[in-house]
Design a protein. Structure first.
Ligand SMILES: *Cc1c(COP(=O)(O)O)cnc(C)c1O
Length: 434
């Protein structure tokens, strides 16, 4: 399989180049040159397959022969170490729980698949691969844990001091080994600027093999399509049309769902649900794509003012607004509505949602008001304990903290404090690489 840049269809590269570089040299995003349909036999036997078997078939379909099948099998085994169960919350309303990974959010899928692929490509070159990642919380923890002890790789996490939760911070500052945390006395935007500047710095590029692990990497998107198939398999016999609601920020998760549909998965509609950062729902209403500064909300992993995967969504519909808006419904919710949904679902169904999943639940309910013949699935993207303060405030009771999160909390935080000055960062970086 070749991958092309969304800025230039004639710029085509191998899987290795797409994954190692992340972004195309013209700043476009990589897309597979074709998205083949899976066979009828695959779909007929889908309900009998386990999650790893499903994932391998889907991965082969998107990757082809670019890496040997035994290696792909190994990477799938490393990625799919946990389930994504479908739980019925109300009659005909299902939660797809994507938080059973080591850092309790769906980003574990993408980060683990990426680390498997980069680990494989690292063996074919002499230099250690240095992965720079700026984080406001979830991405840093998923990436750090996925790459921990992966030979030939080194991860540098930059995060804004005092602006991530303690649980998030512990997940990337306590590992040690090939994981280094840089605590920046500034904002998330400062962290992102430092990373971007490092990629533009010629001296650094010459001496280090730098790559990024942010969500535009195609290797993070591919595994996110696996669980749409997994969800469908768990529905078993279903004769109703299916809608999936995706709580969204950068729209990688929704894009992966659209790719699953292109591969033949019978999903009849998608809902793009957002918090107050409603750039895409507004586009679906008005056909105007207006980038804005992000607004802070209680579903903070979706506080995105310029959704980076939007161009991929357009690409999947051949840049045709009519086709896109016929399949994707937009909806947007305030923090107040989100808290009220968490409270109601807990008291009526005894099911605790995190604030991101709650936005997904609300989007699904809104769609079903006018489409009552559908079966609905919403993606529950994080464990509620990851946002314990907000959730406990909404449902007015204490929630249980999973053991794997408690383990992280016991670890000792180790970080290097730096300023927002690029020269300081530039001089420090080579000393961190062994
Ligand atoms: C990153 C994240 C999202 C947003 O996903 P996108 O693919 O960026 O749309 C939603 N929920 C949680 C918990 C996240 O960490």
């Amino acid at each position: 399989m070749k991958y092309y840049s969304t800025h230039d269809k004639n710029h085509r590269v191998s899987l290795q180049q797409a994954v190692v570089h992340g972004l195309a040299p013209d700043n476009g995003l990589y897309m597979p040159e074709s998205i083949p349909k899976l066979s009828d036999r695959f779909f007929k036997t889908l309900p009998d397959k386990n999650f790893k078997e499903i994932s391998l078939e889907v991965a082969k379909n998107l990757i082809g022969n670019d890496i040997p099948e035994v290696e792909l099998q190994r990477i799938i085994d490393h990625t799919i170490q946990f389930d994504a169960p479908l739980v019925e919350v109300e009659s005909n309303i299902f939660s797809l729980e994507l938080f059973h990974g080591p850092t309790l959010a769906f980003k574990d899928f993408g980060a683990r698949f990426l680390s498997g692929l980069l680990g494989y490509f690292a063996k074919q070159q002499s230099k250690e691969i240095t992965i720079l990642v700026a984080t406001s919380g979830d991405t840093g923890s998923a990436v750090a844990n996925a790459f921990f002890n992966v030979a030939g790789t080194r991860v540098i996490v930059l995060y804004p001091s005092g602006k991530v939760s303690e649980a998030q911070e512990k997940q990337f500052t306590t590992l040690g080994g090939n994981i280094t945390a840089l605590e920046v006395s500034g904002t998330f935007d400062d962290c992102q600027r430092l990373v971007k500047q490092a990629f533009l710095d010629r001296e650094l590029k010459k001496s280090l093999f730098l790559t990024s692990a942010n969500s535009i990497n195609i290797a993070r998107l591919i595994p996110q399509s696996f669980y749409y198939f997994g969800a469908y398999a768990q529905l078993k016999q279903n004769d109703k049309p299916v809608v999936v609601c995706v709580p969204s920020g950068n729209f990688g998760n929704l894009t992966a769902g659209l790719m699953a549909k292109k591969m033949g998965l019978p999903i009849d509609a998608f809902v793009a649900a957002t918090n107050a950062n409603d750039i895409v729902p507004e586009y679906l209403r008005t056909q105007q794509f207006k980038v804005r500064a992000s607004k802070q909300t209680i579903s903070n992993a979706m506080d995105v003012g310029n959704p980076s995967n939007f161009v991929r969504m357009l690409e999947l519909f051949g840049n045709d607004f009519q086709k896109l808006s016929a399949q994707i419904f937009g909806s947007t919710f305030s923090d107040e509505a989100t808290k009220e949904a968490m409270r109601l679902v807990d008291s009526n169904s005894n099911y605790i949602m995190d604030p991101h999943g709650a936005v997904g639940y609300l989007g699904l309910k809104e769609f079903l008001k006018t489409h009552s013949d559908f079966t609905g699935i919403f993606l529950e993207t994080a464990h509620p304990a990851k946002f314990a303060d907000v959730v406990e405030d909404a449902i007015q009771k204490q929630i249980e903290i999973p053991d794997r999160l408690k383990e992280f909390m016991k670890g000792e935080k180790k970080s290097i404090l730096i300023s927002t000055d690029f020269d300081e960062f530039r001089l420090l970086l080579p000393t961190l690489i062994t």
